[in-house]
Ligand binder design. Structure first.
Ligand SMILES: Cc1ncc(COP(=O)(O)O)c(C=O)c1O
Length: 403
């Protein structure tokens, strides 16, 4: 049982009646992450890399220790393959604007899945439009709501330059088989871009098992501070890519005529970065690994399945995933005859935090023949009481709308 972990999270402790079921949007932060970040600013803060004094050296050491820890955490051989960004969105835009610009020409193809978050959809759609390339969108198996691997196989051709695929859908929790996707990409010579934003908070990730070309994640979805994200890129790609932004900290030499760039990852980290973000992600990884991903998954899946079971017993609730396919703590639903925003409003009034809408995944919502959905997302700090409160909230919604 992980129920005792709720006390590690100050926001939950400071809001006693709160049921927080919006972790797929942003997780709460444990005290240890806040304390370690606070400590960094109180004891070790100065601008990194450039200072030739002990304080700056300590700040740099913390910043770079985080990079090493993040590389270990995802199974990347070299810390230099970890680029710091603001979030998963920036990481994905960076790839599209640099490697995408270089690799995609007129008539080429980019393959995405219909369940991508807009962050891994729109940059590729825009790149395809700019280059005169073709964007192919692979659907899901309508019965299982898993990625349609047969459709993916036929979409990938010798002209495919990128396969861009989420590792966990933020709406359905669906987790495609990464190794299979990579195998297809390697056969066709395409590069892979994996969006791990919803995967890493729940799983031990070892990229050496599927060898992606690129992978992205967001710190704020895994207990770290917001405004800090990661781009993993194979060293040979990062070396070949042009910079995304230019300016301070990313140069080797600047003359009036010409600028040469630093080696990766610095080449992609222009300007003063979010040092506290790096420190916070380091602390968050320590905290998560200390609990263990098997326990995290078992706990959140148990709660999401319990809610699913109770919704089924209640009736008038449309559930999209079969119980055995509920993953990553994500439970999408709709209440018959009630707009998702009305459901979320009534729940919100009861201090039950869920999200309603298109979840930045409009192609998927349309594929599901819906206008919007409610999403409850469970994480380590949720309890059975949270499930009961959610069910009570939906019961109340039914009473209000089905009088
Ligand atoms: C699957 C997925 N990818 C990417 C993102 C974008 O993350 P961020 O807003 O941190 O850039 C999200 C955010 O919800 C997401 O769920």
């Amino acid at each position: 049982m992980l129920e005792r972990f709720r006390k590690d999270f100050p926001v939950l402790e400071n809001n006693p009646g709160l049921t927080y079921l919006d972790s797929a949007a942003s997780t709460q932060k444990p005290a240890v992450v806040l304390e370690k970040t606070d400590r960094f600013y109180r004891f070790d803060y100065a601008n990194i890399h450039r200072g030739i004094y002990r304080l700056s050296e300590r700040a740099t050491a913390s910043y770079e220790a985080a990079r090493k820890r993040i590389a270990e955490f995802i199974g990347a051989a070299a810390p230099e393959s970890i680029v710091y960004t603001r979030n998963a969105t920036e990481s994905l835009n960076l790839i599209a604007a640099t490697m995408g610009e270089q690799a995609v020409q007129k008539g080429d193809e980019i393959v995405v899945t219909v369940m991508e978050h807009h962050a891994n959809f729109v940059p590729w759609q825009q790149l395809a439009a700019k280059k005169g390339a073709i964007l192919k969108v692979v659907g899901l198996d309508r019965e299982t709501l898993e990625l349609d691997m047969t459709a993916l196989e036929s979409a990938v051709t010798g002209k495919t330059r990128f396969i861009c695929c989420t590792m966990a859908s933020n709406v359905l929790g669906t987790t495609p088989d990464m190794a299979e996707v990579t195998k297809l990409a390697k056969k066709s010579g395409a590069l892979t871009v994996f969006d791990a934003a919803q995967f890493v908070p729940h799983h031990k990730l070892d990229i050496s098992t599927f060898d992606p070309d690129f992978l992205v994640l967001s710190g704020h979805k895994m207990l770290a501070l917001d405004g800090f994200g990661i781009l993993y890129g194979k060293p040979e790609h990062l070396a070949a890519m042009p910079p995304y932004m230019t300016g301070g900290d990313m140069i080797e030499n600047v003359t009036i005529k010409k600028t040469t760039y630093a080696e990766p990852p610095q080449k992609f980290e222009a300007g003063t970065p979010f040092m506290g973000g790096a420190v916070s992600l380091h602390a968050a990884i320590d905290y998560l690994e200390n609990i263990g991903f098997d326990r995290i998954q078992a706990h959140e899946t148990r709660l999401a399945k319990l809610a699913d079971e109770k919704f089924r017993a209640l009736g008038k609730v449309k559930l999209y995933r079969k119980p055995d396919r509920i993953h990553n703590g994500i439970l999408p639903f709709n209440v018959e005859g009630v707009h998702p925003h009305d459901v979320a409003t009534i729940l919100g009034d009861m201090d039950i935090c869920v999200r309603a809408g298109h979840h930045c995944a409009q192609p998927l919502i349309r594929f599901m023949d819906e206008m919007a959905m409610v999403r409850a997302s469970f994480y380590i700090y949720n309890t059975e009481e949270d499930v009961d409160r959610l069910i009570a909230g939906v019961k109340k919604t039914l009473e209000v709308f089905h009088k």
